[in-house]
Write a protein that binds this ligand. Structure first.
Ligand code: TRP
Ligand code: ZN
Length: 918
């Protein structure tokens, strides 16, 4: 019998800390579970500092396993009692330690009952059961369920769950869990209870519970087989007016998954709950998705266009997990990309279908090439199927998600849409209800398509970003044009030698007359591209050539169209070549990429000391952008030549120039001050040289939008606002104080957050001395207007943290003391600290190291509260090797300072130790 004397002393408020010889988990060590849990009946008695969890598990020995030991995971739990088949166990019959509970000499089949006590109020890790603004919620992926009760907390143990929740009726009127609602009742002490049951077997990471004072927006969806599904989005009363967009996105997602993948929803109820304290975007718990408020709430007055698009994408992502993740789940966490890469690919295709495919592609590629490529080139580089980890939470990375999605996208290209769909159908048919591996996915794709993916599998095991060096040769006499492609991949941690991958390289040949289609000798074994003027080169070797016959003149190669593979592409484009692509290529991605490359050449030249930005060719680029803008103005922002309507958005992307992160990625050794000066000069040049046309565009766009009337999150409207606000940002940099009133007027008259926040940002970043007091007025006004809207306050924090003005760091330190700031709320920390360290690159990398000091202090402070958040915040410091002095040494010193802290979490320890390793 257990009593108070043998409860575990670890409190749930303390994150799992580790000794410096942290455990490493290896894929090669995978063993099937020794036991299965057929049913899991949970009962929660919710009290803030003493929640009692009772679990009743029907356990069965796995005949396949040789082990007799039942090793249950458990962290930060107080064990109250444990019984087998109704008999309480003596303390001597089990072993209890910091990471769990071990039982041996067990029958083949038995019922295990365990009672634990946990303390949700003190749980700031936001894993397991915790309180978010007075409401109970859970986050169990990846290993949070072990903070609720002792369990086989691994995705290959799947069980049928029932959940009974008891709580105070007045404070927590709504009690939710996975699956279907069964019944509820009152207790005599002012408490009430509800019983839920989920008929689908699932791993513990998909368990969820919510209790709070919530209200719902309700709707319904009729599935393809005619079933009616009730849809509910639960929020606080004040947010009921911000749920329409998420609801519409949910219905669109449900329909899209039926039409494009043949996937129907399986329960009679689908719920979304919005919580303010959340480590990530959202979580796909079966039938009960839990969302960060930032990924559900969308009202034109309080959220910007970007937020609307994020809500649509995240709602779709979590909904799509119902099949790619829940019905078919992962065998172990090394297979994480099985569900995440595939689901990101699915949500990206959905967003492309709902909006502009080219703009969506440009946004995704921007993220990949700036942040994922940096990860792939840094100390945390890992394959999309990693081989080991210290802390699995560190592996919810851009590599697993975004590169993982690119790998699925390449499979889609290699197989073609039809065979890919057949492969997906087979995958779901074969593995419904199972926990499987990436290999199972590839096998299903091979079986359904007949395509051999042997070489393709290397994309799962090799880390690092492959590089394609492309060279051309032109024979003016024969009209032969030859492209030679060298494939390589730099060494990454633990992987020095890489084998050639199969890389789908979609390309075309561009001349003044548009795309040239001529025979290509070496294309016999390549996959046909859908567009007849496109070639799909299958790059499979270290070096290969393709010869195109009988061209009238030397073409400009349009390479990696649509960004057909996640690689770095080197080709010595002249500035004239890039202008040719910009003018005559029909691939929107390549046109955008041409502007990126053009800008990079100017930035690189400026860093090297030449004045290319002001030179003739620099002027030509500015002129080209100006012309594109003029054409759009003349056509009322509908360029019929390319994709109608959306080109305004694409032009805005082009005008915005490469982001800081992307620019840094292009340098071997980063001289941050020289890059800062180059970016500044380029922006100023654009702003002042294009002033007139920007002004015309701005006022025409404003008129056109006003004529469209009410706000709409439709892509066409977003495109116009995006271009308008890009023009405004430039105009505020044109060193012309007569223009200041544009931003002030837009700020004052805005009837949506996109326009209001854009005007605010433009003012805050305006270099004119006259702008300062105006900017401060608007900032004060903004806070007064929105202090009751937590998410809007986050935008207010972010715009100040990201300010170009030289005192941003002092401002951040000042804001950390502000009433509106809460250093236990991840959204606030990400807005202020993340907004500075990742959104204000120049000042974060100040020569005196003050930016690094701030970050190191915050990481150390946060690590004892919320290790997942601390570890993510740390990312910019991991890039220290890429920087020149003094930045590199200062960054390393900041990492060392963190590394020296006693009892770091496994999360932060893994990142600092890998970053400092020689
Ligand atoms: N599976 C979630 C998603 O991709 C990710 C997630 C949500 C998560 N919350 C988490 C991962 C907490 C780790 C920890 O949609
Ligand atoms: Zn996901």
């Amino acid at each position: 019998m257990t009593d108070e004397t043998n409860v575990s002393s670890v409190s749930s408020s303390v994150p799992s800390s580790v000794s410096k010889e942290t455990n490493v988990t290896y894929l090669k060590d995978y063993q099937p579970p020794a036991f299965f849990i057929d049913t899991t009946d949970l009962s929660f008695d919710l009290q803030a500092d003493k929640t009692v969890v009772h679990s009743r598990l029907a356990i069965r020995k796995n005949p396949q396993s040789s082990s007799d030991m039942l090793a249950l995971d458990g962290e930060g739990l107080q064990l109250q009692s444990i019984a087998i088949d109704g008999k309480l166990l003596e303390e001597s019959s089990y072993q209890l330690n910091d990471s769990g509970l071990c039982l041996s000499a067990l029958p083949k089949k038995f019922v295990l009952e365990i009672e634990t006590v946990i303390d949700p109020a003190k749980n700031l890790t936001l894993e397991g059961l915790y309180l978010s603004d007075g409401m109970y919620c859970t986050q169990c992926e990846a290993e949070g369920f072990r903070r609720i009760t002792y369990y086989l907390d691994r995705p290959d143990v799947m069980s049928v769950f029932t959940t009974k929740i008891t709580a105070d009726a007045a404070a927590y009127p709504v009690l939710l869990s996975n699956g279907n609602f069964l019944e509820s009742g009152e207790c005599d002490d002012g408490r009430h209870w509800a019983l839920w049951s989920d008929p689908f077997r699932k791993p513990a990471y998909l368990f969820a519970l919510v209790a709070g004072n919530l209200q719902s927006v309700d709707d319904s969806f009729k599935t393809m087989s005619g079933r009616n599904v009730a849809l509910k989005i639960y929020v606080e009363t004040k947010d009921l007016d911000k749920c329409d967009h998420a609801m519409q996105s949910l219905k669109n997602s449900m329909k899209w998954d039926e039409e494009v993948y043949g996937r129907e929803y399986d329960l009679d109820l689908f719920m979304i709950v919005a919580v303010d304290f959340f480590n990530m975007g959202a979580m796909e718990n079966k039938g009960l998705n839990i969302f960060n408020t930032s990924c559900v709430l969308a009202n034109p007055l309080t959220q910007s266009d970007m937020a609307f698009q994020r809500v649509e994408a995240v709602v779709a992502h979590e909904y799509f997990h119902n099949w790619s993740g829940n019905r078919v789940t992962c065998r172990d966490w090394f297979q994480l990309s099985l569900k995440e890469g595939f689901t990101v690919f699915r949500d990206a295709s959905f967003s492309a279908d709902m909006n502009s495919p080219t703009v969506k592609r440009v946004e995704d590629v921007s993220l990949l090439r700036s942040a994922q490529f940096a990860e792939d080139g840094g100390p945390m580089a890992h394959p999309i199927r990693p081989e080991s980890y210290m802390e699995i939470s560190n592996f919810y990375t851009l590599t697993i998600y975004e590169k993982g999605a690119e790998v699925i996208r390449m499979m889609h290209q290699l197989l073609g849409a039809e065979k890919f769909r057949a492969g997906s159908d087979l995958y779901f048919k074969r593995h419904d209800g199972q926990a499987v591996t990436c290999e199972d996915f590839v096998l299903a794709m091979e079986a359904a398509s007949g395509v051999d993916l042997t070489q393709f599998r290397l994309w799962y095991s090799q880390s690092g970003t492959p590089v394609l060096d492309v060279a051309e040769s032109w024979d003016a006499v024969t009209g032969d044009y030859t492209l030679t492609i060298d494939q390589s991949c730099p060494p990454t941690p633990g992987q020095n030698d890489k084998a050639p991958l199969i890389i789908p390289m979609q390309m075309a040949l561009v001349s003044d007359a548009g795309l040239q289609a001529v025979p290509c000798e070496s294309l016999k074994n390549t996959v046909a591209a859908s567009d007849s003027n496109d070639y799909m080169l299958s790059v499979t070797q270290a070096k290969q050539s393709w010869c195109f016959k009988g061209l009238a003149s030397k073409p400009v190669p349009s390479l990696l169209r649509g960004f057909s593979a996640p690689v770095k592409l080197n080709f010595a484009y002249s500035l004239e070549d890039l202008l040719q692509l910009l003018a005559n290529d029909n691939d929107g991605f390549v046109r955008w990429d041409a502007t990126q490359r053009y800008a990079m050449q100017m930035i690189e030249a400026h860093v090297d000391g030449s004045q290319l930005i002001d030179s003739v060719l620099g002027a030509k680029a500015v002129k080209a952008l100006g012309q594109a803008l003029t054409v759009l103005i003349e056509q009322g922002f509908k360029d019929e030549r390319w994709q109608p309507n959306y080109d305004a958005a694409l032009l805005a992307e082009k005008l915005r120039l490469p982001g800081y992160q992307y620019v840094l990625e292009q340098f071997e050794s980063i001289d941050i001050r020289a890059i800062e000066s180059a970016i500044d000069t380029l922006q100023q040049a654009l702003a002042s040289q294009l002033k007139t046309v920007l002004l015309t565009a701005y006022s025409n766009l404003a008129k056109q939008l006003a004529a469209l009337g009410e706000y709409s999150p439709h892509a066409d409207h977003i495109a116009l606002r995006s271009l308008k606000n890009t023009c405004l940002a430039y105009l505020m940099r044109a060193q012309d104080s007569t223009l200041l009133s544009l931003a002030v007027d837009q700020y004052q008259s805005a009837n949506n957050m996109t326009d209001q926040a854009s005007a605010l940002a433009a003012l805050v970043n305006c270099p004119l001395a006259d702008a300062e007091s105006q900017a401060q007025n608007c900032l004060d006004q903004f806070y007064t207007q929105w202090s009751h809207e937590s998410l809007v306050v986050n935008q207010w924090l972010r715009v100040q943290a990201a300010s170009d003005k030289p005192n941003a760091l002092q401002r951040v330190e000042h804001l950390m003391q502000h009433d509106a700031y809460d250093n236990t709320n991840p959204n606030k920390v990400r807005s202020l600290i993340g907004g500075f360290c990742m959104g204000n690159i120049a000042q974060f990398h100040a020569d005196d190291g003050s930016g690094y000091d701030l970050l190191a202090d915050e990481v150390i402070r946060l690590d004892s509260l919320n290790p997942q958040l601390a570890s993510r915040l740390l990312t910019p410091l991991t890039q220290w090797r890429r920087f020149a002095t003094p930045q590199s040494e200062l960054m390393r010193a900041a990492l060392k300072r963190i590394a020296d802290v006693d009892s770091l979490s496994a999360d932060v320890f893994e990142v600092v130790s890998k970053s400092c390793a020689d």
